[in-house]
Design a binder for this molecule. Structure first.
Ligand code: F6R
Length: 251
């Protein structure tokens, strides 16, 4: 692994996705030891975290990590998907991590999507994060347009958990998890950028050529506050891990 010079926040070029996953799994393993298992994790869905979750499951099966006292908060969830829909983020998390480990069902927190008073439910959800002591370690992926969570370009850096409309480019990118793009919901609930920045550590994974353009814009361009990934510039402990394909346009 090599640190890429002159980037606005620490950015590392990894030889393989597996090496980034092992490194992040090592961090989680060390924090679990340090905190006697009482860790608050912020989790992401999508393609980027799949390998890391597989690595955590492997370590769990080998008795190297105990997740029974961990509290988890997911970044986002679609609105208006029937319970148990195969493309919901709840289903994703069950499939890749929760059902394969011992994260307690009462320790799993997904953003509220169906409450009658959604604003109040989002505020209550933020309060649940605070009551848990705040997020120790937050995982992020990056959208092709630079979104983090479902905070699309133009989202204020002090935004909190709320209902959002998805950008068409995001709906197109996520159509691969549905039968067609028409089925991708128009709306979601996401942690705000301000909520994300409150986490003590931010760790971002970006792999593959579809991320190369936005990474070149953020890592080599001006500080443009319309691109959510740029919010990491203001965080004391953020790190981005990218592979060669994602780094291809950095020059
Ligand atoms: C998912 C999330 C999104 C994704 C981003 C990248 O919970 O918050 O911001 O991290 O869209 O998605 P992938 O990893 O599928 O490229």
């Amino acid at each position: 692994m090599q640190r890429i010079p002159d980037t606005p926040f620490p950015t590392f070029l990894v030889e393989t996705q597996e090496s980034a996953n092992a490194l992040l799994a090592d961090e989680i393993t060390a924090l679990l030891k340090e905190r006697s298992g009482r860790l608050v994790l912020g989790l992401a869905t999508g393609s980027s975290p799949i390998g890391l979750y597989a690595e955590l499951v492997r370590r769990f099966e080998e008795d190297r990590v105990d997740l029974s006292l961990v509290q988890t908060f997911n970044l986002d969830e679609y609105r208006s998907l029937p319970a148990g829909h195969p493309a919901s983020y709840r289903t994703f998390m069950m499939e890749h991590l929760f059902s394969k480990t011992t994260v307690g069902p009462r320790h799993i927190h997904l953003p509220p999507t169906e409450a009658e008073d959604l604003d109040a439910a989002c505020a209550a959800w933020e309060e649940t994060i605070r009551a848990a002591g705040g997020i120790d370690w937050q995982l992020l992926g990056v959208g092709r347009n630079g979104h983090i969570g479902f905070n699309e370009p133009g989202s204020p850096f002090d935004s909190r958990t709320r209902r959002v409309e998805l950008a068409e480019s995001t709906r197109a990118a996520n159509a691969r998890f549905f039968d067609s793009q028409d089925e991708v919901p128009m709306e979601a609930v996401t942690m705000g950028i301000g909520t994300i920045l409150d986490a003590r550590r931010l760790r971002v994974l970006a792999f593959g050529e579809t991320k190369a353009e936005v990474l070149a814009t953020v890592l080599r361009g001006e500080d443009d506050s319309s691109i959510p990934l740029n919010a990491l510039r203001g965080h004391p402990d953020a790190a981005l891990y990218i592979d060669a394909a994602a780094a291809a346009r950095l020059g």
